[in-house]
Design a protein around this ligand. Structure first.
Ligand code: ZN
Ligand code: ZN
Length: 625
């Protein structure tokens, strides 16, 4: 190494920078490229521009710092006659940070060509580089080099290899590296868990989780997220409760996963505990977490609480606004949604296409035709956003619901610049069904089942159209077509949370431990609403036969079972909240209205499309869903 005097007076006096450092120290403390270039010129004047130690510091700043310049780093690199391992590693890391995998591997080859030995810092970057574009072949070669150079016992290198195979989706290879590791840390375990999870191998993920020693909160969090992503809510809740009893600190990831589980299920009590935990532990509500909380309150039917959280936020991101507007839309509070959107515009928050999707949905769910038409134009005219197929879907839905079938057809056939997708046609056919335009409904219904051939709901819709025209032969044909194509019917599932426990009901199911009591309550329930004039709605029997299980009569629909269970368990004045995976059928809708009156009980049902607030014999949707 070239000896340099750090206190050389020649250096300090010639420095024009505010801090009087010598250029070598200066390189470590640089804060801009301009500064770096000044130091560099000094170094050249001192004849040190080929010194690996000094130039390495300069390259490190250029390649890795936020204020650096990667191409300048490469220029410096090219000037050095014999760059060492540190310099190569630094530049490789720089390219990795910019996702330039090719450059990383070229540098490695250059390294080999010049007989510069890689060290334990070299391989992790190279392995990561292969993950960028799924370079399996190159990844295998790098793995072989790591073995050849003797880095197989290096924990970081191993963890990266596990990560690489996981990202390639090669779980067997990942497992092989993992099993041979002399020492595994939390990263190794969680990488494997998330790998299995990504491929939907939940059982394997949970097995790894169970055998993991000293599970840290990241592992718990990753396992819970796995369950939630795969809709295994009971497992997620069980694990979450285990975490609570073991007093493991809940990080924001677990909190967000659990809240989104609560949102999907409409689980209010569990979510309230989590929201309480956030407040008790003063966990920072960033935009993402706040949006999750608001979404959960909306999905549990607590719009006021959602708005309270929304209103109390210091700063709101666009997703927060979108979430709240969408919440009002789902609950049929069209005017409130529009007011909020206006406030958003006044506040100068830029809206995006999701904002307008929610605004148009709000108009559709509340029958605000004029407003909807206005905002559909407004979005491109004022905000420069081109309507996408989803926006046209909302427009068609909006027009169709109020019976403007000709105008809706015109949108589909003439105005849309793109092909109508299944959602657009679904909205139109649904509207035809509501307004009794069989001919038009059948025309588009036929197109719809070809466009979305594995969705049972589309066949049901078409079959119902034929049925209302008395064309039973056609109904039978549709059934046969469904069978021939192997279209699976989606079973109706209703979920209810009572006393913090989430229960699921399927039509006619008897799996619940309190099933006898529930069926007793169901009979009482039906008796009491019959006194109020309830007559089973046989018109939609066909739909129910297809959508729910065939052998069960109407009375045993999943939501009726869930309501009966709710009545059995609810405290006086407590609202019953149910979420259903399918659309509420007409019979259940009518029954729910009467139950709310007969038992003087508020019932909130979330179905596939929207919310129904049943109260005193009425529904918030005004029979419009
Ligand atoms: Zn039903
Ligand atoms: Zn309703």
């Amino acid at each position: 190494m070239i000896p340099i005097s750090l206190s050389s007076p020649a250096v300090t006096t010639s420095l024009s920078l505010s801090h009087h450092l010598n250029p070598v120290q200066g390189l470590d403390k640089c804060s801009s490229m301009a500064e770096l270039k000044q130091f560099h010129s000094q170094i050249i004047r001192l004849g040190l521009s080929s010194d690996n130690n000094i130039m390495g510091r300069g390259i490190k700043f250029c390649a890795l710092s936020d204020h650096g310049d990667l191409s300048y780093a490469h220029k410096l690199f090219d000037k050095i006659s014999h760059p060492d391992t540190f310099i190569y590693n630094t530049l490789i890391r720089g390219y990795l940070q910019c996702y330039l995998a090719r450059e990383c591997l070229i540098l490695y080859l250059r390294m080999l060509h010049h007989s510069v030995l890689p060290n334990s810092f070299t391989f992790p970057s190279l392995v990561r580089a292969c993950c960028i574009d799924n370079w399996v072949e190159q990844g295998l070669q790098i793995h072989a080099y790591a073995i050849k150079f003797g880095f197989l016992d290096d924990g970081i290198c191993q963890n990266n290899l596990v990560y690489m195979y996981v990202s390639f989706g090669c779980m067997e290879e990942a497992r092989r590296v993992f099993d041979k590791m002399p020492q595994r840390d939390a990263v190794s375990w969680t990488t494997l868990i998330s790998g299995y999870s990504r491929l939907g191998l939940v059982k394997d993920a949970s097995e790894v989780f169970r055998t993991m020693p000293n599970r840290n909160s990241a592992a718990w969090s990753s396992m819970i997220a796995t369950y939630v992503q795969h809709n295994l809510f009971n497992e997620a809740f069980a694990l979450f409760n285990e975490m609570r009893t073991k007093n493991i600190e809940l990080d924001t990831y677990v909190i967000a996963s659990m809240l989104s589980a609560c949102s999907k299920l409409g689980a209010l009590e569990q979510g309230e505990w989590i929201h309480g935990y956030i407040k008790r532990n003063e966990i920072e509500m960033d935009t993402k977490l706040a949006t999750t909380v608001i979404d959960w309150y909306c999905k549990c039917g607590c719009l006021e609480k959602a708005f309270e959280v929304f209103d109390g936020l210091q700063s709101k991101g666009i997703s927060t606004w979108n979430c709240m507007i969408g919440g009002f839309a789902m609950h049929g509070r069209g005017e409130a949604a529009i007011e909020l959107f206006k406030a958003m515009e006044r506040g100068g928050v830029a809206s995006d296409s999701i904002t307008f999707l929610n605004v148009l949905n709000a108009c559709a769910h509340s029958g605000l035709v004029e407003t909807g038409r206005y905002y559909f134009k407004h979005m491109s005219r004022v905000h420069g956003l081109k309507p996408r197929v989803e926006h046209f879907g909302c427009l068609v839905d909006l027009l169709g619901r109020v019976g403007l079938l000709d105008e809706a057809t015109k949108v589909v056939e003439e105005e849309m610049p793109m092909e109508a997708d299944a959602r657009v046609l679904g909205a139109l056919v649904g509207a035809c069904k509501i307004h009794g335009n069989i001919e038009l409904g059948v025309k588009f219904g036929k197109r719809l089942i070809e466009l979305d051939p594995y969705n049972s709901g589309r066949y049901v819709l078409l079959a119902n159209l034929y049925a209302s025209a008395g064309k039973w032969e056609e109904v039978a044909n549709i059934r046969k077509l469904m069978n021939d194509r192997g279209v699976k019917k989606t079973p109706g599932i209703s979920v209810i949370e009572m006393e913090g426990i989430v229960s699921e009901f399927v039509a006619g199911g008897r799996a619940h431990p309190e099933s006898n009591e529930i069926y007793c309550k169901l009979d009482e329930m039906l008796d009491r609403i019959r006194c109020l004039g309830y007559v089973p709605d046989t018109d939609e029997v066909l739909q129910d036969i297809v959508e729910e299980e065939k052998e069960n009569p109407l009375n045993y629909h999943s939501e009726k079972l869930a309501i009966a269970y709710g009545l059995l368990k609810a405290k006086p004045g407590q609202t019953i909240r149910i979420s259903k995976n399918l659309r509420v059928c007409r019979d259940c809708h009518q029954a729910s209205k009467l139950i709310s009156k007969a038992f003087n009980r508020k019932i909130i049902v979330r179905d596939r499309n929207r919310f129904h607030h049943f109260r005193d014999g009425e529904c918030s949707c005004n029979d419009f869903w």
